[in-house]
Write a protein that binds this ligand. Structure first.
Ligand code: HMG
Length: 384
């Protein structure tokens, strides 16, 4: 049994378009400072019609595995709350697109924004039992709220693919988690709706309660002081929410916790919007890609998914981690998005189509994989 298990490598991808929140503010007659300062968001990713969670996941995963041609992936866990089918796992579409062999366990996990963390924990268990194998965990989501709703400025889209293995190059996840589940109707998306229903204020309160609940459970099981954590990575539906959680943790523990403990983890999400399951892992990518050398430092992760489930866990940044990172690719992914105006964004939002009829989709994305349309109610994909 190996105990030194964790995130060996990671890679992020997002969607083709980006909408500046200034454009949304102007169209809605809102002071843009409400978005920039009030929510802590500047822009959000908007998928082209030929993109979805599968294409973003395949982009991130194919780039990741290209760096590991000798990989031993034995399990694929696809975490999403934007699944493309009620039965077939998005992971199976992904598996086919990136050309994995047949002898792989493939599954989709769902619990709002939390499922990526459930995927990582399952992967740790797998590697403890089979230390020579690896698990591909991909968190991929599209946060798409109703037009003109209060959640609209917190939309976004993105995927993070992670290779979980023994003796990881980036972050070794430490044993023990703090867990918290409560049945709350703060945010949900019924099967017949393409956008979620949200009780905004309740969702923020539920987030804080679950965060602190997971912390209390953790500290009841393992001796760890809040000052033993060098950086915190929070789930970031909008970056101001991470600041609120950080302040709540400081008040709860009675310890002053400076903004510098979370600041670097928020740089990507400000520009990306909410990527649900991928949000906290974009935070991890931003933190690892930042200039600060974190060798040997402990990261504290607060994962949250509405409904609600939270988990606090820790990881130690590994010696030499910087040599394994591709920060330039992540920055290019964000800066390479095509900026759109408000009417274009609105038309894209209104043009959303499910799989109830046959249609072809024009090629827009420059990413390696695209969604080509629906035939006989089957979704089709292609490499570009
Ligand atoms: P709202 O109507 O924009 O709220 O909805 P608000 O009027 O309270 O304004 C927001 C902030 O802007 C406030 O800051 C205002 O003061 C400030 P705060 O007081 O909270 O610090 N503000 C200004 N600041 C500067 N200049 C101005 C100005 N005007 C106002 N001129 C809400 C906000 C979050 C409710 C909405 O965006 C929403 O419904 N979002 C979706 C739900 C959500 O993200 N909830 C977060 C917790 S739940 C979660 O994280 C899970 C989730 O990711 C889903 C999942 O798990 O699957 C969402």
């Amino acid at each position: 049994m190996s105990n030194n298990i964790g995130i060996h490598d990671l890679e992020a991808a997002t969607a083709h378009y980006v909408l500046p929140l200034d454009a949304l503010a102007e169209a809605h007659g809102i002071d843009p400072a409400k978005f920039h300062r009030g929510l802590g968001q500047d822009r959000f990713s908007v998928p082209a019609p030929d993109e979805d969670v599968v294409t973003m996941a395949a982009t991130a995963a194919s780039r990741l595995l290209a760096r590991h041609p000798e990989h031993h992936v034995r399990m694929v866990i696809f975490a999403t709350e934007t699944g493309v089918d009620q039965s077939k796992s998005a992971g199976v579409f992904l598996h086919g697109l990136i050309g994995l062999g047949p002898h792989v366990r493939t599954v989709e996990y769902k619990q709002a924004c939390y499922a990526g963390t459930a995927g990582i924990q399952a992967a740790l268990g797998h590697i403890a039992r089979y230390p020579d194998e690896q698990v591909l965990v991909v968190a991929s989501d599209i946060a798409r709220y109703a037009l003109d709703s209060s959640g609209e400025p917190t939309q976004g889209a993105g995927a993070v693919a992670m290779l979980i293995s023994a003796d990881p190059a980036l972050v070794a996840i430490e044993p023990q988690s703090g867990l918290y589940t409560a049945d709350v109707n703060d945010f949900w998306r019924p099967n017949d709706s393409s956008t979620p229903f949200v009780e905004g204020k309740l969702s923020m309160d539920a987030y804080i309660e679950a965060t602190l609940g997971s912390w209390d459970d953790f500290t009841a099981r393992r001796e760890l002081k809040v000052t033993d954590v060098d950086r915190f990575i929070h789930h970031q539906p909008f970056t101001k929410m991470a600041r609120k959680a950080h302040a709540a943790l400081a008040a709860h523990t009675g310890v002053e916790l400076g903004d510098e403990l979370i600041e670097e983890s928020m740089t990507y999400n400000r520009q990306l919007g909410n990527a649900y399951t991928a949000s906290m892992y974009f935070g991890l990518a931003a933190q690892l890609h930042a200039d600060t050398d974190l060798t040997g430092k402990r990261l504290g992760f607060f994962s949250y998914g509405s409904g609600a489930v939270a988990e606090f866990f820790t990881g130690v940044v590994q010696e030499g981690y910087r040599a394994h990172l591709d920060a330039a690719a992540a920055v290019k992914e964000l800066s390479g998005r095509e900026e759109i105006d408000y009417p274009t964004y609105r038309a894209l939002h209104e043009g959303y189509r499910g799989a109830s009829e046959d249609y072809d989709v024009d090629a827009v994305t420059q990413a390696p994989f695209r969604f080509t349309g629906v035939k006989d109610r089957v979704r089709h994909y292609a490499a570009r």
